[in-house]
Design a protein around this ligand. Structure first.
Ligand SMILES: [Zn+2]
Length: 614
């Protein structure tokens, strides 16, 4: 190994030398020998190029003194190289620090922000110290404080922390950008909460270390009084966006207030707010969402527009009084999620072709069905965006409007004002729409109006809370729609569910007998040993083994055969059989395809497509 020479012993002063770094990357099979050699020969030019690129990108300025040891790592990461040991992954900061930690024989920790103790992180050391030395206290046990850092050889720094905290210090290795980000997030949030708590409780409250911590700050770092709550709420939003959360809950309890966020369908408690800050935070949110701040006894609904990077994000806010105060639930309406390319929604090519055909009609009724939280809104919005052109007028009637899009005319239902689906439907036909989206066909009046619009030359898209495509036809008739009107207007039905995807970071192969799956109620139509996948659970997926979700579909074009089966005493079994004979791939089959191609697990397929769910 040309770049390693005789460096078998760790010389602390030399631990960040380019030669040693590249040797570790080569030895751990992240890069090849020739790459290591080339990088070593061109290291100065690589760093210069990286600095120039970074200067143009508007990213935070490099702190020369602090960041110098890491510049070659940054330069390599910026190349997005394929890993030599696993070309499906790139040489990223995580893999580099993992390799370094292994070579130093020091544990590598990918810090999970959801598991960090806000108080421990922010009261052990001041933020300026944390930032300058890239150290983040992450846990304490039996007199020992664990500190995550990209540079575990900073012994003087650990001595300082040990003196200040009166604890022994154990350093573990974490990627540098994680540490920088977490320091900003946690100290920012804590500073805001602590300052707000101070402001709202007067000088008698004992803030202990926090008091001292706040005094350490220079005057210009401390924002104006009102600003603390503003900052805390902003931090909360940024944090939720970062974690790709779909909802934020703020729940007042007797002594504290819990902040919980929902990720891939599961709630996680992320903060415990001091009780006296709760109402200030809630007031700020009510103010932002245009709600009546004085009204605390009645439920209210509002919305907030805010920015996530360059994208405008809408947050739907609902407040409701509970025993210990007002509970707030915020749903994050992320346009990146609600408006997608239809092609990216997980359709198989066969189903995609069928669905495109269904929505290409100039008039008629198209139904998207599934339970709450099955991604219907995303499908409808994405469909509308695809079929809306400057030559058509798209009008939506929603309860409430989920996501505002300037290309659509969106109307909200307000039953308390007598503005119902039915009354809007009657009136909008005069507005000459071409395409109408109706939030849900929940009663006969709405269904009749939708059918009327479909009969008079409009394309109407709507949803039904049914389990599968064929049963939607029965549901329409149960609502009281005559079968001849369904025959005259229906174009097709899409049924769907969301399934969690296996985390790519901890995916592993498993072998299982098809008969074992069948015994659990999952007939795959295959025999013998099956090679499937599962997530082992890692920091990136919060030990769940899953990350993100995809959609499974069942597409039923309203063909002549299905039309002929849509008679007054139509039978679900006959409709289903007819649909199958025409080649409809069921939700279960669609899920099994995702199982066999390694997207999801058999447990997830069973969970989503079993029993009452299907
Ligand atoms: Zn994972």
């Amino acid at each position: 190994m040309a770049c390693a020479d005789n460096e078998d012993e760790v010389d602390v002063s030399d631990v960040w030398s380019s030669k040693r770094l590249l040797a570790v990357l080569e030895k751990s099979a992240l890069i090849s020998f020739s790459q290591a050699r080339d990088f070593y020969a061109n290291r100065f030019e690589m760093i210069q190029q990286y600095k120039r690129r970074r200067g143009k990108s508007g990213e935070p300025v490099i702190d020369e003194a602090r960041d110098k040891p890491f510049l070659l790592i940054d330069a390599i990461v910026s190349l997005n190289l394929k890993r030599r040991d696993n070309p499906s992954k790139t040489v990223d900061e995580d893999s580099i620090f993992q390799a370094l930690a292994a070579s130093w024989n020091i544990p590598f920790v990918k810090v999970d922000p959801l598991k960090l103790d806000l108080n421990l992180v922010t009261t052990t050391i001041p933020i300026s110290f944390a930032k300058n030395h890239l150290v983040l206290p992450i846990g304490v046990s039996q007199g020992e404080l664990t500190v995550a850092t990209p540079n575990p050889f900073n012994h003087e720094v650990f001595d300082d922390i040990a003196r200040a905290s009166q604890l022994r210090v154990n350093a573990v290795v974490s990627p540098r950008s994680d540490i920088i980000k977490l320091i900003e997030e946690f100290f920012g949030f804590k500073r805001s909460i602590a300052a707000a708590e101070h402001q709202f409780s007067g000088p008698t409250v004992d803030l202990g270390n926090l008091e001292r911590f706040i005094h350490l700050k220079s005057a210009d770092e401390l924002p104006s009084n009102d600003q603390h709550v503003v900052n805390a709420v902003n931090h909360l939003f940024v944090y939720a966006f970062d974690q790709k959360a779909s909802d934020i809950h703020i729940e007042p309890k007797r002594a504290v207030s819990l902040v919980r966020i929902r990720i891939d369908g599961v709630l996680h408690t992320v903060y415990r707010l001091p009780k006296n800050v709760h109402s200030a935070i809630v007031s700020r949110i009510k103010n932002l969402s245009g709600l009546d701040m004085a009204e605390k006894r009645r439920p209210q609904d509002g919305r907030i527009k805010t920015g996530k990077n360059d994208v405008e994000v809408e947050i739907r806010v609902s407040t409701i009084p509970v025993a210990f105060g007002e509970k707030v639930v915020m749903r994050i309406m992320d346009p990146d999620i609600l408006f997608q390319d239809l092609e990216h929604l997980g359709f198989s090519s066969v189903d995609m072709a069928k669905y495109n055909q269904i929505v290409s009609h100039s008039h008629g009724l198209v139904l998207v069905c599934g339970p709450t939280g099955s991604g219907k809104s995303t499908t409808l919005y994405s469909t509308l965006r695809k079929i809306s052109t400057t030559r058509v007028n798209v009008t939506t009637i929603e309860d409430p409007i989920e996501m505002v899009h300037e290309d659509f005319n969106q109307i909200a239902v307000k039953p308390q004002l007598g503005i119902t689906f039915g009354s809007i439907m009657r009136n909008i036909l005069r507005q000459d729409p071409d395409i109408i989206m109706v939030g849900e066909l929940r009663d006969l009046e709405t269904a009749e109006n939708a059918i009327q619009a479909a009969l008079t030359g409009h394309l109407v898209l709507s949803t039904l809370h049914t389990n599968d495509a064929p049963s939607s036809i029965i549901r329409l008739m149960d609502l009281g729609v005559p079968s001849f009107l369904i025959q005259a207007t229906l174009r097709g039905i899409l049924s769907q569910r969301l399934v969690r995807k296996i985390c790519n970071n901890c995916k592993e192969k498993i072998e299982i007998d098809a008969s074992a799956l069948e015994a659990m109620g999952l007939a795959t139509g295959r025999t013998g040993r099956l090679s499937l996948y599962q997530g082992q659970g890692c920091q990136k997926c919060r030990q769940t083994g899953y990350s993100g979700r995809t959609t499974i579909h069942e597409v039923l074009p309203f063909s002549d055969t299905i039309k002929a089966l849509t008679v007054p005493d139509a039978d679900l079994a006959a409709l289903t059989e007819g649909a199958r004979a025409e080649g409809m791939i069921s939700l279960r089959e669609s899920a099994i395809e995702r199982l066999m191609d390694g997207t999801t697990t058999y447990q997830e397929v069973l969970r989503v497509t079993s029993g009452g769910n299907l």
